[in-house]
Design a protein around this ligand. Structure first.
Ligand SMILES: *Cc1c(COP(=O)(O)O)cnc(C)c1O
Length: 222
């Protein structure tokens, strides 16, 4: 399928989910995850109107960034090793995987401007998942205050790859409640308005539960 046709389907699903949950589709940013696809397919994605792109590995990010540069806004969505921070930090619209203080320190040190960061939270509690434990979130946000280049714009989670709708809904709802808690704490370094959650398998549920950034790979470009 071409990307434009896939996008039509996704947009109509988003509309349905917004109707159900009384939301405005304009609140939702689709991040096209191009990690598995070629430059050509990425070109097609940009031409279909997707201008926010996500990559989860440094090599993939650099290949696409060097080719497309500011034709897209780049989201780093994968685990980021501290020694690689300097290679992405000034190029990206946002980092979605802030999960430890050492990474925040490195971002602060290497960036020449403020960096939009989503804190990755392991809501599902799966051991294989990265992200900080929900109970450590508030202290972690407090610890980030001394690093002026780190702006906490939202929270991110990855749900397990399951089809249990109630379970997925609970994970997204839990992340939304954590977001509310941080946002309503009014930290000057952590406006925390956004929710990066929902992928090909579960984005409709995520939108119903308040996602502002959905990260879609296979159903868009696959
Ligand atoms: C690969 C990936 C996605 C997209 O996954 P799909 O299931 O292909 O939509 C979203 N978020 C992260 C962090 C990823 O690594």
């Amino acid at each position: 399928m071409d990307v434009a046709a896939n996008l039509d389907t996704i947009l109509s699903h988003i509309k349905q989910s917004c109707n159900k949950s009384n939301r405005n589709p304009e609140e939702i940013t689709i991040i096209g995850v191009t990690k598995y696809v070629t430059i050509e397919r990425t070109e097609e994605t940009i031409k279909a109107g997707i201008t926010n792109l996500g990559e989860n590995r440094l090599e993939g990010f650099q290949e696409k960034y060097n080719h497309f540069n500011n034709r897209a806004k780049w989201h780093f969505i994968g685990t980021l090793q501290s020694r690689k921070v300097k290679e992405v930090v000034d190029q990206v619209e946002a980092i979605h995987s802030l999960d430890r203080l050492s990474l925040a320190k490195e971002i602060d040190k290497r960036a020449s401007k403020q960096v939009n960061c989503f804190i990755q939270v392991n809501v599902s509690g799966e051991e294989s998942k990265h992200g900080i434990n929900p109970k450590d979130l508030l202290p972690f946000v407090r610890e980030l205050a001394p690093y002026p280049n780190v702006r906490v714009v939202g929270l991110m989670t990855m749900a397990p790859h399951i089809n249990d709708e109630q379970h997925l809904r609970k994970i997204f709802r839990d992340l939304a409640a954590l977001r509310d808690m941080i946002r309503d704490s009014n930290f000057s370094h952590a406006s925390c308005e956004f929710l990066s959650m929902g992928m090909s398998n579960d984005y409709q549920i995520a939108v119903e539960e308040g996602a502002t950034h959905i990260r879609i790979g296979s159903k868009l470009v696959g």
